[in-house]
Structure formats: C-alpha cells, structure tokens
Design a protein around this ligand. Structure first.
Ligand code: DX5
Ligand code: ZN
Length: 219
C-alpha cells in the first residue's frame, strides 16, 4: 500500500519545560510538522496544562505551524487570545461551544486554520453540518485531559466514517490520544492524515527525537 505523508504533532504538554527552548529546537530539527498545544480550563476537562505564555514562548522558537487544542468551556471570543499569541490552527470542541459555526467562521475570518476536535462520546453525525468549515477534524481516542491513557478501540468505527467523508469536504483527519507506532501505522494506512505524539510515541523515550521521527516516517 502506498505510504501517506504523516503530519507528526508533538504534544507540547509532554515536553520538558525546564528546557523548553531546546525541546522546541530539537523537535523542529527532527522534522515534526505541527506543534500541538493542549489548553485546558479545569472545567471542560479535569486538568490544567499550558497557557498563553507557553504558546508565546513556543512561537518565538519555531516557524512551523502551532495548533491550539482548546479544551475550554465557551471558547467563543477567547480564540482571539490564542490567535494573538501566535497560533496558526485552532481546534474547538463542539461539546463546549454553543455557537460552533460562528466560532469556526471567526477563526477563518482571522486568517487562521479552523478545526473541530471531538470527544470519544461524540458522533460524526453531530458535526456533519460543520465539516465544510473545517480545515482539520481531530478525533479524540482517549478522554481529553491527560497523557498516558489507553487507546479507546471503539473510536475506530467513527474514524472510518470520517474517512468516507474526507474527499467530499477536503479536511484533514487528525488523531489525538495514545498514538503509538502501531496505531499510527494502522490509521495512516486507512487514510488518517496526522497524529498527536505524546508519551506513546515521542516523549520520555530512550531514543532521540531525530531517530523516533525517522522511525515513524518509515512505518
Ligand atoms: C490531550 C493530549 C494527549 C496526549 C497524547 O489532548 O494531546 O492526548 O498528550 O499523548 P499520549 O500518547 O500520552 O496519549
Ligand atoms: Zn490535544
């Protein structure tokens, strides 16, 4: 089977913050595609991780695409904070936003890429009307909020449904949560475009980022 190019997206909440500058430089050098920043509010998800100042710092150290995965209640006008801090791509969750279309349109009017991220318990049908506004659709394959969880297998049926709609709408399919090398191989072969890399494939490993990225590209 022909190999699809994989968008590799380090989950920056898993990086070593004592060495953030060199972490970003090493990841950039290793050839990652999109820096993935998880923003949490402690309400939509029971955790808090990165914030606007982390995003500003990462922006200083790389010219590659930075995404913000907003796991916050009512993202609405707050998307401007993250766009102003340097994000190129913003994911919102339809589960936490009353006016999904309005917010997606606002992100696009600001000249940025718009994405929807959906929780394991949200079906494709719930976002079908919005797919024409999405540059990226991200399927959560763990419950959002924490690294190091187990991949939820039942999400695969939903991923297959989304793959069937991809050509019609032209969005990219991203996978977030427990993306191990075997998951990445399987879902990339199926037609998924990109993967968030946390503890299952990139961070806290014995090999260098260069080597790990090389191995993921070869899968
Ligand atoms: C949450 C995060 C994570 C995580 C991925 O949105 O993006 O899902 O860091 O990493 P692992 O591989 O630890 O699940
Ligand atoms: Zn994420």
């Amino acid at each position: 089977m022909e190999k699809n190019y994989k968008l590799l997206c380090p989950s920056m909440m898993c990086a070593n913050y004592e060495e953030l500058k060199s972490e970003v430089a090493s990841l950039d050098f290793a050839g990652v595609d999109i820096f993935h920043c998880d923003i949490m509010d402690g309400t939509f998800v029971p955790n808090m991780t990165m914030g606007i100042m982390d995003l500003q710092a990462i922006r200083k150290y790389t010219n590659k695409i930075i995404d913000c995965h907003l796991m916050i209640e009512n993202p609405g006008h707050k998307v401007d904070w993250f766009i102003d801090a340097g994000a190129d791509l913003i994911y919102i969750h339809p589960e936490s936003e009353r006016y999904v279309v309005k917010t997606l349109l606002h992100i696009k009017e600001r000249g940025k890429l718009a994405g929807l991220a959906i929780n394991p318990d949200t079906s494709i049908g719930a976002i079908e009307e919005m797919l024409n506004l999405c540059d990226y659709v991200m399927i959560m394959t763990v419950n959002p909020g924490f690294a190091g969880q187990k991949f939820l297998d039942f999400t695969k049926r939903k991923i297959e449904k989304l793959i069937d709609l991809k050509e019609e709408y032209g969005f990219k399919i991203m996978i977030d949560g427990a993306c191990s090398p075997s998951v990445i191989k399987e879902l990339s072969d199926l037609g998924c475009d990109g993967f968030v890399l946390g503890t299952s494939a990139l961070f806290h490993q014995k090999k260098s980022y260069v080597r790990l990225v090389e191995e993921l590209r070869e899968l």
